[in-house]
Design a protein. Sequence first.
Length: 224
Amino acid sequence: MSARETIFESIRRALNVSGNEAPRRMAVDDRLARAPKGVIPSRGGGDAAMRLDVFKAEAMRAQASVAEVARYDDAPAEIARYLRENNLPATLRMGGDKRLTEMPWSGTLIEISHGPSDGHDLNGVSAAFGAVAETGTLALASGADNPTTLNFLPDNHIVVLAASEIGADYESVWSRLREVYGKGAMPRTLNFITGPSRSADIEQTLLLGAHGPRRLHIVLVAEA
């Protein structure tokens, strides 16, 4: 018997229960199904246009750069512009997300590589699961489609986000994640990213790129 099982067995003896009583199990199931929500800030609320405006303002306040395009097919040209204007090499690593792989990259000079990063990639691109308007935060689900290594290892992280997938708050993103993936199929990790990596641990001097990308560029796509 493990230490965990020993502790639970002691609690059951003290309560004189077995843990299999139907009323107790029903009470637990009901609590999980109808858990009360906490206080949710109203800052990210409103209609889709308001959520978009708040998200852009908060993301830029966190030192991310933001560009808007009409369609997914317009994203490669915007990413090429970003790389060129920041004097970055025309290279890009991505996962297997179809939103990315099916874009018309042949219309650019960008050299595309696929799969997780081994730490030697200067530029990586991911497709976000969603975002939080309240704080200008991106939500990125792990998996082969968007390897987590691309969120942290490349020096420059580019994230493609559908404007329609911006939620008002964190609770909205979690609710949608459960709806999309379902019980037993959730991603191993959901990373919330607000702006480029930073630290002010040393003499309270802000340093970008301390623990991850020093640049974060968000490409907002208007089409659903």
